[in-house]
Design a protein around this ligand. Sequence first.
Ligand code: 5GP
Ligand code: ZN
Length: 114
Amino acid sequence: MSDCIFCKIVAGDLPSKKVYEDDQILAFHDIQPAAPIHVLIIPKKHFASLAAGETEDWAVVGQMQRVAAQVARELEVEDSGYRVITNVGANAGQIVHHLHYHLMAGARLAPLGV
Ligand code: 5GP
Ligand code: ZN
């Protein structure tokens, strides 16, 4: 997707502060952190959200969650706790339409809700 910010980051056309990379997944610091630690975990393959996942995409979604746990361990927030979420569509406030998990940590996070 040529007009997708995260595809440009995957391609190296936009810079990012990477914390993890393999052949299918990239994780990097959020440009506008909403917590002391705020990392985005994305599949290198573009799909818009969980709602757009195809059968062959579910394996990488599972791997993204493994990466979230691994990054949390490496950033030493495993014991203090962290949150892993993904926004799908307008009511969740999804802005970037390339699937991503937010890994947020480093402070007591606000409760989920409206
Ligand atoms: P969403 O609301 O779509 O779930 O979250 C998108 C996230 O991407 C936001 O937290 C936003 O700060 C982050 N973001 C948007 N553009 C960029 C960018 O160019 N680089 C990085 N590192 N993060 C971005
Ligand atoms: Zn994309």
